[in-house]
Design a protein around this ligand. Structure first.
Ligand code: ITT
Length: 188
């Protein structure tokens, strides 16, 4: 089966590719320009995005594809930025988040990933969550986005200090992807 991952983010595609290889799946990258729809949850944004791109390009209806929406939820900021992560990263970035977290004792947070998978006129959602902490300063140069300020619970390193393979052992994304890839290969 040929699957397409629709994303603007090459790092996300690289993370997913490594896992797809482990499942012996062929996954291609499609970068389609569309404005991310608004929504109060990642689930709503992922599903609306899927419908939006299907309306934009009718030929996609014959393909098997998925897209993914992810966000960082910080407990002491009432789960901000959550579904607004994209906008917040572009505007205040990691430095802005660290500033908001100054003097906060509770630094617990989680990353969530929601995949919207389309095949045969049906959309299915797959989810993954990784709990951890917001660090006091940026650490590491790998990965992307909020990786330098997020340390998963079981780890001594931020995602940005890990190799892609190590991030793929702990990340929210590998959890949602594993669920999807397991369901795709279960009947193969
Ligand atoms: P898409 O084209 O796939 O939507 P994106 O980079 O816009 O790619 P999202 O909307 O899913 O990704 O992510 C919202 C924000 O959260 C964005 O600023 C990302 O950099 C950040 N983010 C998502 N996943 C992350 C991860 O695994 N590590 C660090 N930051 C992440």
């Amino acid at each position: 089966m040929e699957i397409y991952f629709i994303t603007h983010n090459s790092s996300k595609f690289e993370e997913a590719s490594e896992l797809a290889n482990n499942f012996s799946l062929t996954m291609n990258w499609k970068n389609i320009e569309y404005e991310e729809p608004q929504g109060d949850t990642l689930e709503i944004i992922a599903e609306k995005s899927c419908i939006k791109i299907l309306e934009k390009d009718l030929t996609l209806a014959n393909l098997v594809f998925f897209l993914e929406d992810a966000g960082l939820f910080i407990d002491s900021l009432n789960r901000f930025p959550g579904p607004y992560s994209s906008y917040v990263y572009k505007t205040i970035g990691n430095d802005g988040i660290l500033k908001l977290m100054e003097n906060k004792e509770n630094r617990t947070a989680f990353f969530k990933s929601v995949i919207a998978f389309y095949a045969n006129n049906e959309i299915k959602l797959y989810k993954g969550i990784t709990k951890g902490k917001i660090t006091d300063s940026k650490q590491g140069h790998d990965g992307f986005g909020f990786d330098p300020i997020f340390k998963p619970s079981e780890c001594d390193e931020t995602f940005a200090e890990m190799t892609l393979t190590t991030k793929n052992l702990y990340s929210h994304r590998q959890k949602s992807l594993r669920e999807l890839f397991t369901s795709l290969t279960a009947f193969a």
